[in-house]
Write a protein that binds this ligand. Structure first.
Ligand SMILES: [Zn+2]
Length: 212
């Protein structure tokens, strides 16, 4: 039963490419906002039973309910003014535009370039920022894929002891949410706040704490 439902969402998505439209709802509006609002863009892969999005501002894998896919693609194709025609390889410039409140507050986005590639097994959507003056004709090659984030390390002025194995160290890998990883035992623990001023090599992560 569950598998049938998952297949149905993808089947519905393929119908959207054939011209059908499914309206945005609150959840899909929220996910679409993550995809369009920030200039860093995103890479999204939609498959039967699975949606995975990497955002330029937070390139970890984010998964969402497959039911949002037909709604999001319906909206994107309408923004790109594509309907009922072959669009297995769509390139378009959309926005700036506002999305009305639909069980989710209204939001807006600036000009974005989108690439959508569709097959019977997978749909790929790429979003990048674009200048308002860019024309459709200039849509060129696919953009570089959004990569995984480089590891972030923090350095302490005095040794910090791992609470699991008691090994001390001054440099630790840090994960989102302020957790450090012990290089000796692999255990993780909360970053001590008393030495926050000593983060000599911490990279700025504007998306920390905002992932879905
Ligand atoms: Zn340890």
């Amino acid at each position: 039963m569950a598998l049938e439902l998952l297949k149905d969402h993808f089947a519905e998505l393929l119908w959207v490419f054939a011209g059908r439209r499914v309206p945005l709802d609150g959840m899909s509006s929220k996910v679409l906002r993550f995809m369009l609002e920030r200039p860093e863009g995103c890479d999204a892969v939609l498959e039967p039973g699975r949606i995975e999005i990497r955002f330029g501002w937070h390139p970890a894998r984010h998964r969402y309910q497959p039911s949002v896919a037909p709604r999001i693609v319906s909206y994107l194709l309408d923004l790109a003014k594509t309907r009922g025609e072959t669009c297995s390889k769509l390139r378009a410039v959309i926005g700036p535009a506002s999305v009305p409140a639909i069980n989710f507050p209204t939001w807006s986005f600036e000009t974005r370039r989108i690439w959508i590639e569709q097959s019977d097994l997978k749909v790929v959507i790429l979003v990048r920022s674009a200048e308002a003056t860019e024309s459709l004709e200039s849509t060129g090659a696919l953009p570089e894929p959004i990569g995984f984030p480089a590891p972030v390390f923090v350095e302490f002025s005095t040794a910090v002891a791992c609470p699991t194995c008691s090994a001390g160290g001054t440099v630790f890998r840090e994960f989102d949410g302020g957790f450090l990883v012990c290089g000796n035992c692999g255990g993780s623990f909360a970053k001590p706040e008393w030495d926050a001023a000593e983060q000599a090599v911490a990279a700025d992560d504007p998306a920390a704490g905002k992932s879905e």
